[in-house]
Design a protein around this ligand. Sequence first.
Ligand SMILES: NC(=O)c1ccc[n+]([C@@H]2O[C@H](COP(=O)([O-])OP(=O)(O)OC[C@H]3O[C@@H](n4cnc5c(N)ncnc54)[C@H](O)[C@@H]3O)[C@@H](O)[C@H]2O)c1
Length: 293
Amino acid sequence: MTDQEPDRQDGQDGGVLGRVADGPVVVTGAGGTIGTALAVTFGSLGLRLVLSDYDEGGVAVTGAQAMAAGAPEVRIVVGDAADPEVATTLVDACADWGGPAVAVFNAGIFVAGLVWEQPIDVWRRQVEVDYWGPVHGVRAMVPAMLERGSGHVVAVSSGAGLVATPGMGAYVSAKHAVVGMMESLHHELVRLDAPVRASVVCPGLVLSNLSDNSLQALDVDPEDHELAGVAAEVDATIRAGVDAGAPAQTVADAVLSAVRDGSFWVLPQPEVALGALDRYRRLAEGGPPVDLL
Ligand SMILES: NC(=O)c1ccc[n+]([C@@H]2O[C@H](COP(=O)([O-])OP(=O)(O)OC[C@H]3O[C@@H](n4cnc5c(N)ncnc54)[C@H](O)[C@@H]3O)[C@@H](O)[C@H]2O)c1
């Protein structure tokens, strides 16, 4: 079986994670909106957590919220998700808890800009965090989970990982690459009949402060981030869409459900799947690419 969801029940200990034996859950970008919802959701199941972010204050607040929700213990790793040594540190932080059971690579940044105009350092940083972050995470976590005999790695991509939109070429590239990498990983794990599964999450718009957080993370003064024309329009559309976006809990609930049932695709909002269908219908028919914005 190489092209289906796995039908075997890994772990099978009947714990709170179902098919994955209970154990610590790692969340990167845990100081942010979706990261907080993930930490609180897994913490409320009574699981130990390893939370990471480079925002020391933000991740500390999340840790306190997760403990209040029921997490028995929380460890915090402050560091850059684009750094492979931080990924290794996250594995090490789980070692005396039996190794990582679940790891969610959620840290991400987004900065609007046209493909030929976005400064190359801003472009490169999005690829480092949004693409290389999950790659380093997978390469550190999967061997530890194979050794543990059970596990699930989850990468947070985006609807922008399935359908390209204008004004966000760097983000779209990185998020598409994450989908491709995770799909390859899924096939590898299934072919190996490994007790580890993979999921990719493609949320649509989610209520958060991603745009401003990202400018701050890149040390870009919003005053200096002057966009014009199409880039400004797209930036405004995305900011308005995010302001009216789905609650982060929608994403956290979908991730938990995927960990429990082992499904690969996690599309918390149905409109994302419809956009992807439209993309491939046009591709098959030779039509122009779909622009969801
Ligand atoms: N908000 C949306 O509409 C939306 C939609 C689709 C996908 N996503 C994805 O969801 C994920 C979480 O985004 P969010 O909406 O919660 O935004 P957010 O800004 O609230 O959270 C992102 C978190 O990641 C952290 N972070 C960023 N770069 C980091 C790095 N290099 N190292 C360590 N931590 C880092 C930030 O400090 C922040 O706490 C991102 O990957 C984003 O691309 C968001």
